[in-house]
Structure formats: structure tokens, C-alpha cells
Design a protein around this ligand. Structure first.
Ligand code: G6D
Length: 352
């Protein structure tokens, strides 16, 4: 029996001298999860293969300086509003707002000093489901241009069912948009294994969000049938992914519900590792590391194009502009809630 529990140490100091804490969680089956309080970030996740060999299956770094200066959101909590907001503009209750811009003329992932780039408060928890860490952050009124004082909580639990469970909550004192997600890049063959387009994906979504050349949502939802975006049946991403430069697509869940419903499954044949994604969120963004180019290294790996994949649960990108999308407006007295579960299993059938 592995010794389940949590160890805490000081990871490093930020460039501004703030202490960043690291938590190492171990569950009863020997899975190991590492988290840091900078960006409430997943830095390591060690999962067994069909022979019981543990590998770290998430891309990241082994030092804070790279997380502060060159991370493509490796493992990070993203918000206040994840994904793009066109020109950083939106109108709420008749009042116009202008957000900080950090993606050409647009706002991406909460802005240049969004939630991924700050130090969160943190405390270990011993939840019934397994070891957990609670991160909290108070984003002040006007932060990156957003209205309201937003109090955010993210609880990571490494459960006895071999799940990385993420529970988000938020409250506000003024109406404000909220769309939180986690931006972990996974590679089920191991973080240093290279291209993930050979993984087999299944995404329970019949419709996806159309975007323009700047990756801004048009507001139209299109059927996946007959397109390279169709993963309603298990399909290797490279079957069509290479032709389109990889995937960076938002899908609408076929069956969103109040309790976490399975939205995606990923399998990797050489190791037998499989991962299910269950969520309460209405959407998921499938991203295959298209902007990695080998210039980043971390944990002994060189991160080339498609070195990892993300399945980021949340609301559809640019929902503030499209009333036909589920709303992301949080009002005083309400609580924003979103659960995402990455469940790890073994596909015992060998690849041969
Ligand atoms: C690119 O378009 C992609 C985003 O989806 C991703 O989150 C980011 O790189 C890291 O902007």
C-alpha cells in the first residue's frame, strides 16, 4: 500500500520575491500529483502504464522562472475568462467594458496578468475522496478590466479512483463574466514522448464553434459530421489532424448536466494508458499544442509541435459576445460552479 498523503515544500520565490509553495499528493494506488501556488498549476502527474511503470504524463517545467516567463499555460488555472474575447470588449447591463489585450487586438485567457500569472493562497485538505489542495485568489474590481471583486476557489483532489478532480467556485459583488478552466497539456505516453496525434480521441459532441482566421468565434455552431472535427467515434488525431495543422476547437457537450458527465476519452496504445474527461461544463476545447515549436524545454524534454494535448472544460469561447451561447455572467448572490474530472484507466489489451 502506498503511503497516501500530501507533502508541502517551498518551490521558489517569484521574480518579485513572493513565495510559491509546492504540494506533492500521493493516492492509495501510487499516483503522484504535484501542484504549485503560482497560477494554481499542475506541474507533474505520474500515472502507471499497463506494466505498472509510472510516467509523468503532463508537460511542464522544473523551475518557476520558466513558468513566469515562457509558459504556454502549461498546467495553469486560466481566467477570469478563458479563451479569446474579441477585441477585449463586451457590454454588460448596458455598460461597455474594455479588457487588457494580449493576443494581437484580442484578450486571451484572462489577459497578460490573468489568474495563471499570480500567486494563489493555498492549503492542504484531507478530503474523503483523497488528498487535496485548495487554492484561493481574490481578483480585485477592475483587474484586467473586469468588473467586481471576484473571489475564486480551485480544489484539486487526487482521488482513490485515480482521478485528478478539479472543483471551481467563484462569487462576485458585481455582475461579471467568469469562465475558468485548466490548461494542462497531457501526453499519455510520457511528457517527453513527442507527438500526441497518434493518441485516439473520442469527444461526445455533435457540434463545434466556428471561428474566423484570428480564432475568434463567429457565434455559429456547426455539425461535426463529415469534417475533420468529428470525434464522435474513437479516431486517431493524426488521421486528419496533420492536414489542418492540429486541433484548436471548442465543442458543445451533447448532454451537459449538473453532475459530471463524460465528454471525452483518450487512449494511447503503446502504454495502455487511457483518460476519461467528465465535466459539469457545457463545452470543451481540444487543443494539440500547435504553437509548440521545439524552442521550449522542460523536465528533460524538448517540446516540439503537438508534444501534448489539452482538453479544457468550460464555457464556449467568446460567450460574452453571443447570446445564443450559454451565459457566463455571474451575479451577486450566485455561485459559479464547475467540476472537471480527468480519470485515468488502463486499457489492458496490448497493442498487438
Ligand atoms: C494559442 O489558440 C491557442 C490557444 O487555444 C491556446 O490556449 C494557447 O495558444 C496556449 O493561442
Amino acid at each position: 500500500m502506498n503511503n497516501p498523503g500530501i507533502e508541502k515544500d517551498v518551490f521558489a520565490l517569484t521574480a518579485d520575491g513572493e513565495q510559491v509553495d509546492r504540494y506533492t499528493l500521493r493516492n492509495v494506488n501510487g499516483l503522484v500529483l504535484s501542484l504549485i501556488s503560482y497560477g494554481a498549476t499542475v506541474t507533474e502527474l505520474h500515472v502507471p502504464d499497463r506494466r505498472g511503470k509510472l510516467d509523468d504524463v503532463v508537460l511542464g517545467f522544473d523551475n518557476l522562472q520558466q513558468y513566469e516567463t515562457e509558459s504556454p499555460y502549461f498546467g495553469a488555472t486560466v481566467g477570469r475568462v478563458a479563451f479569446r474575447i474579441s477585441h477585449g470588449k463586451f457590454t454588460l447591463d448596458g455598460k461597455p467594458y474594455n479588457l487588457t489585450l494580449n493576443n494581437g487586438p484580442h484578450h486571451l485567457h484572462g489577459g497578460p496578468k490573468g489568474l495563471s500569472w499570480v500567486v494563489w493562497q493555498s492549503e492542504p485538505l484531507q478530503a474523503e475522496e483523497g488528498p487535496a489542495v485548495k487554492f484561493t485568489y481574490l481578483s480585485p474590481d477592475g483587474d484586467q478590466g473586469y468588473p467586481g471583486n471576484l473571489s475564486v476557489t480551485v480544489v484539486y483532489t487526487l482521488t482513490k479512483r485515480d482521478e485528478l478532480k478539479i472543483d471551481y467556485t467563484a462569487t462576485t459583488d458585481q455582475p461579471t463574466p467568469v469562465n475558468l478552466t485548466n490548461h494542462t497539456y497531457f501526453n499519455l505516453a510520457g511528457a517527453a514522448s513527442g507527438n500526441v496525434l497518434g493518441h485516439v480521441f473520442q469527444i461526445d459532441a455533435d457540434r463545434y464553434s466556428l471561428t474566423d482566421e484570428a480564432m475568434i468565434a463567429t457565434g455559429q455552431l456547426a455539425p461535426v459530421g463529415g469534417t475533420p472535427m468529428d470525434f464522435t467515434k474513437p479516431t486517431a488525431a493524426d488521421a486528419r489532424g496533420r492536414q489542418i495543422g492540429g486541433y484548436d476547437v471548442a465543442y458543445l457537450h451533447n448532454r451537459p448536466s449538473g453532475s459530471p458527465a463524460r465528454m471525452a476519452t483518450v487512449t494511447e496504445s503503446a502504454t495502455g494508458r487511457a483518460m476519461e474527461v467528465h465535466t459539469t461544463a457545457p463545452a470543451i476545447v481540444f487543443y494539440t499544442g500547435n504553437y509548440l515549436d521545439g524552442s521550449l524545454t522542460g523536465k528533460g524534454a524538448i517540446y516540439h509541435k503537438h508534444a501534448g494535448f489539452c482538453l479544457e472544460t468550460g464555457h464556449l469561447p467568446d460567450s460574452v459576445q453571443h447570446p445564443n451561447f450559454p451565459s457566463i455572467i455571474l451575479r451577486p448572490g450566485q455561485t459559479y460552479r464547475h467540476t472537471c474530472v480527468y480519470r485515468f484507466l488502463l486499457n489492458q489489451r496490448p497493442p498487438w
